[in-house]
Design a protein around this ligand. Sequence first.
Ligand code: MTE
Ligand code: MO
Length: 437
Amino acid sequence: MPPLPPAHRDETSYDRRRLRQWLAGEARADVSRRHLLTLLAATAAGTALPAAVPGGEAHAAEPAATAGGATAAAADTIVKPLPPEWFVRHGTNAETRWEALRGVGRTTPNELFFVRNHTSTPQLDAADWRLRLWGDGLRGTPAEDRPVEFGYDDLRALPSVSRTAFVECAGNGRSFYGVQQGQTVSGTAWGLGAVGVARWRGVRLADVLRRAGLSPYAVDVQPRGLDAEYVSGGQNLGRVRRPLPLSKALDDVLLAYEMNGEPLPPDHGFPVRVLVPSWVGIASVKWVGDIEVSAQPLFSPWNTTFYRLFGSAHGDGSAPITRQAVKSAFELASGAVFRAGEGQVLHGRSWSGAGGIAEVEVSTDGGATWRRASLHDRPRAGSWSRWSVPWRPASPGATQLLARATDTGGRSQPDEAVHNTQGYFFDAVVRHPVTVV
Ligand SMILES: Nc1nc2c(c(=O)[nH]1)N[C@H]1C(S)=C(S)[C@@H](COP(=O)(O)O)O[C@H]1N2
Ligand SMILES: [Mo]
């Protein structure tokens, strides 16, 4: 049995659970054969792991020193420090703790920003980095081995634009399908911390495409990362890549080289990443090395097997997913403790892939009554709005805090999210447990 690639670790506990359910005859009829085969292969490999990352974060967050081989490798997939008070580790990924955002401004500091790595952060040198554009959607049809090239300095010499935007994993909130709805889904068991907002600076992808000689027949562009090839279920899926329709590519997409006024940190795509505002995080390819420009629609595992909605509510599967849903989170630890009779101010943030945030309502009694939160930021598409609401808990006991946002397009958070097998787009109101003493 070959050793388990680090990229699998985040998936294995879910995969094992699904395998047990399958063996127990509880398989969902909508699990495709292909998905099941992937699942079985990943799970078989997973069982060979030397007791991986028990209980997760505290252990994995520690740098290599004391940890065994597998755990050290998992910790090494991310370059920046991951103090356990800021991050929850999930295999090759790190989730921002919402309580760490309390008192933090509208943008997430780079040190606090979540990391989603399919494999591990590559350490690249800007001096020999090149962006290669090729394909039959460019005039002259440059081939992959004779591309149009831009160096780092070439990009930095082009007119720059800045934009505040969130990057959010499509699977953010995934664990609540299980916790709140009792449903099984595959993938990294994120809480709500697979999202961050940054001020990005770079060049417009549109400018680079035009300079490369965009043909009138171009329909799709496909950026590809320089990180290692991704192996899933024993299958090498190649480098991370996902097609983007030309309409979006020409609209507001950046080739970003700065994050919050600093060069991109290694974990977030140094030297250059794609930044696709409001869309699922997978579109924002990090460590971009080349972009295929195509006169035909393109496909990769990241817009076929992954990042579509499958399950009984979705027929043969949805189209590739694009805009993020509406979500809200309290800047508070799960299970936070409050004193009865003491005045508090609860803080949180809400965001949407379809516009700014127009209204947020909060319930402190498990959803029985609601009141409006004060919004502290002007609604802005692609970013989040901070909000607060005063609260004086009356009597001791367990309760749940709920926040429900409505965006400027009138989209609001439902009580229940529509299930899909890979657990994307958990947009339902999350019930945040707290204790009053
Ligand atoms: N090359 C590359 N790009 C990538 C990924 C990756 O693993 N490799 N992960 C994607 C996913 S799924 C998400 S959610 C975002 C996360 O960005 P961050 O790590 O900067 O927060 O990057 C995307 N871009
Ligand atoms: Mo993601």
